[in-house]
Design a protein around this ligand. Structure first.
Ligand SMILES: [Zn+2]
Length: 441
């Protein structure tokens, strides 16, 4: 994709990693939230600053603040302006980036809300938002100096909405804190929302590798109350006045459920300390969506609810790619150019397979790997956990394409709802993110 912009090649100026002890030197216990707009079309991309907020809680990391090769099509870096030392970084994806690959983006300019959050700084910092141009190369999209005493930083205090702590086995600094926000629940349905949010949390902690780390997973239910019950279904001509403006039919893909109201979603999430946002939608229609370090959405009572809940969280929490593909194509089948190695850990174009699961492949594994002839294995729904590891290979088909993109095992939670679990490559990626967000485990 060609992008015309105010791009400047970004030169790394610092390397010294920040230790946990240095957190207190640079940051308070609150959050600095920066709201921006990603705007453009297929060919162009611009990022504009809207506002900066100080929010009451910081639920994220207090150590490992500066990993150098983060997942995501984008990353942000925070540097101390006096010393030019990198003091925080993270990767993320955007709904805008997905939209850029759709036919509509060839015809019209659009703007999408996006937010980055980091601990509130004690001294003046420089925030840079960058776009990935290669496996570990980046171009600058936006740079902004942030003075912590700037009078125009909005200090709005704690949002007054109903909150229920569902599970809190660990302190936020040592846990992955997940804010479950209700969408399409009226005030009279608050108890129903709490019940269904608790069920969502149960789906996640009963699924490996989350199950192994469940003592480090905190869940909060945030009651965003809607004027009308349910959610918008544009494909049926039905629009609802719901709290977060979520709808199916995103990019004309009927089951793709998202919300464009990202700033509003962040407002609700700020009622609790959080690392991740999960939007629970009051509907029984199948569907969902998940974007890395952005949010996940799922239908509360759709078919295969447990599988879909975990699948979407795989996207938003660990940056996992879809391992499925359709013979007839998909709205997002332009997502992964075949001449580049995607950054997502669980698919490869074999352009830089050494960055993926090459080292974990059993010796002598053919590349590409033919599907097992055994019918149970060829129908991956039937492959139990113990076998899926032994089936690690390089299977053609994934990332919405039948050819040219490869996945690690015949099936995985990121491929079908019938899969028993995540493949070993996805497990590794989820574990890495849990370890990063919870400190040394
Ligand atoms: Zn997988």
């Amino acid at each position: 994709m060609k992008v015309n912009l105010i791009f400047i090649i970004f030169l790394g100026l610092w390397v010294a990693p920040l230790t946990a002890q240095q957190y207190d030197q640079f940051f308070t216990t609150q959050s600095c939230r920066v709201d921006v707009h990603f705007s453009g079309n297929t060919r162009e991309m611009n990022v504009y600053l809207e506002k900066i907020k100080q929010e009451p809680y910081w639920g994220g990391r207090v150590s490992d603040l500066t990993p150098m090769n983060v997942p995501g099509d984008f990353r942000f870096t925070v540097t101390d302006s006096a010393t030019n030392q990198l003091i925080y970084t993270d990767g993320f994806n955007t709904l805008f980036r997905e939209w850029q690959t759709t036919p509509e983006a060839e015809k019209v300019n659009k703007s999408f809300e996006n937010t980055v959050v980091f601990p509130f700084p004690k001294t003046t910092v420089r925030l840079c938002i960058e776009r990935r141009t290669g496996f570990n190369s980046w171009e600058l999209l936006l740079a902004v100096m942030i003075r912590p005493d700037d009078a125009l930083i909005q200090r709005t205090g704690k949002l007054k909405v109903p909150v229920k702590v569902l599970r809190k086995p660990s302190q936020p600094s040592e846990a992955v804190d997940i804010a479950i926000i209700g969408e399409g629940y009226t005030a009279g349905e608050l108890k129903k929302f709490y019940r269904e949010a608790d069920r969502l949390a149960g789906y996640i902690v009963s699924h490996e590798p989350f199950k192994t780390y469940k003592s480090r997973l905190n869940f909060y239910a945030v009651g965003a109350l809607s004027n009308e019950t349910g959610v918008s279904k544009p494909h049926e001509g039905k629009w609802k006045n719901s709290a977060l403006g979520a709808h199916y039919h995103t990019f004309y893909s009927p089951r793709y459920l998202t919300s464009p109201r990202h700033f509003l979603i962040r407002d609700y999430a700020s009622a609790v300390p959080y690392d991740a946002i999960y939007i629970l939608v009051n509907t029984d229609e199948y569907g969902g969506g998940g974007i890395y370090n952005f949010y996940a959405l799922t239908s509360a009572r759709g078919r295969d609810a447990r599988a879909v809940t975990v699948h979407e969280f795989g996207h938003s929490f660990a940056g996992l790619a879809d391992e499925y593909f359709y013979e007839g194509g998909d709205a997002l089948d332009g997502m992964y150019p075949l001449h580049e190695e995607p950054w997502e850990p669980n698919i490869t174009t074999l352009k830089h397979f050494e960055h993926k699961w090459l080292a974990d492949l059993p010796e002598g594994t053919p590349v590409p790997t033919p599907l097992p002839e055994d019918s149970a294995a060829a129908n991956p729904a039937a492959v139990p956990a113990s076998q899926s590891t032994s089936l690690l290979g390089v299977y053609e088909g994934g990332g919405y394409k039948t050819k040219g993109i490869y996945r690690p095992t015949p099936d995985c939670r990121m491929k079908t709802n019938k899969a028993a679990e995540f493949c070993p490559v996805c497990v590794k990626a989820v574990e890495a993110r849990i370890r990063l967000l919870t400190g040394a485990l």
